[in-house]
Design a protein around this ligand. Structure first.
Ligand code: PLP
Length: 351
């Protein structure tokens, strides 16, 4: 080994779902929204002044931050925006998890959490979900350096009630508790009303799933002004201009089409429940979902094999190799037409 190699920071990176570029595939593997962004987004995009691309964007992304504060009824200084919630979460780990004590998150959850913890050298422990894949608030009542909970959780799709999360926050007022609400718009219970009561709570959201804007990379955090200030200082110590002008403008525009937004969510929830029923009729075990995906398994075939067979039919879903979940597939809820093709493919494969 060369001497210089020992100075390299090394880590095992997160592996996102594939983004195959071929035509004609059905892509149900990364929880994107199958419907286009709102009409207001199209309009805002059309009106973007490309001459302004010669200038740096507003480092504070004020237009977007202001619209988010209004939308959620928060005060000035309570919102932080970033390049997708992955950026916001990563900066939050760096900013808030500075204890020598381990941070806590469930054994089965968003698989980026252990990657950020490793890259920032944050010690962590992972209390196991119970046999029904539920988070047990009791497990979070011990010494720790911070907590991060995805609610609804991924890839299990199950949401915890606001009061169950509050139990965790209540018991942990000396550390920062991050609640990652990436999927909450699809029927989960938000902890936003708790912001007034708990100054150590940070709620993180994304435009990638419910707002059909995964490609624009917009995420945000809401919390106490001191938390937001601390996050901003770390961000400004790394990269001043994280959000492009386009993302700022489009993110603000997306918030103004509430009817479109709600219709879109309702369609996805209706499709989700219909397909859950179809899968159950075929003997699948399907966890109760409050997200835009289903986590399902069948006794007739291993998760890995079913995943491969669906790939051969150009239907991409997600399979994880973790011990307790390797027989499950995580299936994004697509359009009704896409989901009907999925069901047909499953029938072809299993009968
Ligand atoms: C998708 C997802 C994110 C990241 O989304 P971005 O596209 O980076 O905004 C964060 N947390 C969870 C639980 C997710 O599923």
């Amino acid at each position: 080994m060369n001497q210089w190699e020992k100075n390299i920071r090394r880590t095992v990176p997160y592996v996102p779902g594939e983004q195959p570029q071929e035509e004609g595939i059905i892509k149900l593997n990364t929880n994107e929204n199958p419907y286009p962004p709102s009409p207001g987004v199209f309009e805002a995009h059309k009106n973007i002044n490309i001459n302004r691309f010669a200038l740096y964007p507003d480092p504070a992304a004020s237009e977007l931050v202001r619209e988010l504060e209004n939308y959620y009824g928060l005060e000035k200084g309570q919102v932080f925006v970033g390049v997708g919630s992955d950026d916001v979460l990563s900066l939050s780990f760096l900013t808030f998890f500075n204890s020598k004590k381990p941070i806590l998150f469930p054994d089965i959850t968003y698989s980026f959490y252990p990657v950020w913890a490793d890259v920032y050298r944050i010690p962590y422990e992972c209390p196991p979900l119970d046999e029904n894949f539920l988070i047990c608030p009791e497990d979070y009542k011990r010494e720790n350096g911070g907590i991060v909970i995805a609610n609804p959780n991924a890839p299990t799709s199950i949401g915890l009630s606001c009061s169950a999360i509050e139990e965790i926050i209540q018991a942990n007022q000396d550390v920062i508790v991050i609640v990652d609400e990436a999927y909450v718009d699809f029927g989960g219970e938000t902890v936003l009303p708790l912001l007034e009561q708990y100054e150590n709570l940070l709620v993180v959201r994304t435009y990638s799933k419910s707002r059909s804007l995964a490609g624009m990379r917009i995420g945000f955090a809401m919390g106490n002004k001191r938390l937001i200030q601390a996050l901003t200082e770390i961000k400004e110590s790394i990269n001043s201009y994280t959000m492009s002008q386009e993302a700022i403008r489009i993110g603000a525009a997306s918030l103004k089409d509430e009817n479109y937004f709600q219709d879109n969510l309702n369609k996805i929830v209706a499709t989700r429940e219909r397909i859950k029923g179809e899968l159950e009729q075929r003997g699948f075990a399907v966890l109760p979902s409050q997200t835009n995906f289903l986590f399902a398994r069948t006794d007739k075939m291993s998760g890995g094999e079913l995943f491969e067979k669906l790939c051969e039919k150009k239907i991409y879903v997600r399979h994880f190799n973790g011990e307790r979940i390797r027989d499950y597939l995580r299936i994004t809820v697509g359009t009704d037409e896409q989901m009907d093709k999925l069901i047909k493919a499953i029938d072809d494969i299993l009968t």
